[in-house]
Design a protein around this ligand. Sequence first.
Ligand SMILES: [Zn+2]
Ligand SMILES: [Zn+2]
Length: 443
Amino acid sequence: MNDAHPQSVTGPSTASGIQARARRALAQLDAVLPDVDALYQDLHEHPELSGQEARTAAEVARRLEAEGYEVSRDVGGHGVVGLLRNGDGPTVLLRGDMDALPVEEKTGLPYSSRARTEDGAPVMHACGHDVHTACLVGTAAVLARSRDAWRGTLMVVGQPAEETLQGAKAMLDAGLYSRFGTPDAVLGQHTAPLPVGTFMHREGVTMMGSAHVRLRLFGRGSHGAQPELSVDPVVLGASVVMRLQTIVSRALSPLEAAVVTVGSFQAGTRANVIPDEAVLELTVRTEDEAVQARVLAAIERIAKGEAAASGAPKPPQVEVLNRGPVNRNDPELIRRVRDAHAEWFGREALVPGVLVTASEDFPFFAQGPERPVPIAYWFMGITPRKAWEEAPGATPQEKVAHLPGPHSSHYAPDREGSLRSGCESLTVAALACLHGGDASVNH
Ligand SMILES: [Zn+2]
Ligand SMILES: [Zn+2]
């Protein structure tokens, strides 16, 4: 157990040693890459939805075992944990998420997914989790084959069900830290529509926290020709949707970042019937837990107030269905990772960090049983250079708006470049946290 003797990964910077150790470890990469590529194409062609990652998990577990990892399967659903102990030093958790999305692939790639669920829904790796998983396995192999370049313990985690924000918590609830030890650092990376070979790091909040809210608005149905007999939940719902727009613009300071989106509005079945109720589903994103609490309170107030103004027969039902915490990078750890990346890839490969409004369940890994665990999460570019150059716009933001991003049916990472740079970035980050090995000094 590491709890008794937490190892510091934030001592004096070892950045100057990174080049030599990374060169030594990554000398293994060319031998590992063909299998990383084969795994990537296989996963891309056979994506599995959140909670159904049995085949993906088996592929990951088999490969980790072949590299000498002590492997545990079915940790919190289809979670895989691979441990490699290599002398005294910190425990570093490397995390890759494994699940896909209900999206129909339109990339036209030869290894496109034709997968369907039992009820016929299309499935695609539209968020790049196949890149994350392939690079996780590649990094695990590189580090297993270069044990003289580092000391410490690697905890390689294939995580299920990220898209539903359930997998990380399920693995922790299943005893990830109590069974395998609390890590001293947790590292994770995500693909982004930036040029391949570039990386984006941000200190502090890197992704917003999220909440999924359902509002059930009660009215009183009637014939569509006799609205005077009804309390129309469609009109009530429309008022709620419009009034919700005032939360960000009027209830928050311009310096407080937040998003309130009504993504679903369900009511009624036909033109001449006023229904009994309307159901709205919202996503809320905030940079801060306190702001999230204020936004959720405002949503409830507005729903209740509009229902009262409509003469609704009873108050609305307001449910928070799930919450994802704010992704807050440990400043020292992310600086360490960023410095190591700058040294390995060159300063020009680093993109200034911006706050991402999307959410992740990665920050659950920061919740150690006895103390917070430092986490670092960064973005890796996967857009082919040519596509980037040809995309209209002068600024990165304008270009990104014209390129397929995560969750798009056209999301197609530059395969070779992404797999190579993704393995390198995770390996270099891991080495920056692990202690130097016996052979690292003289190289
Ligand atoms: Zn996603
Ligand atoms: Zn994702």
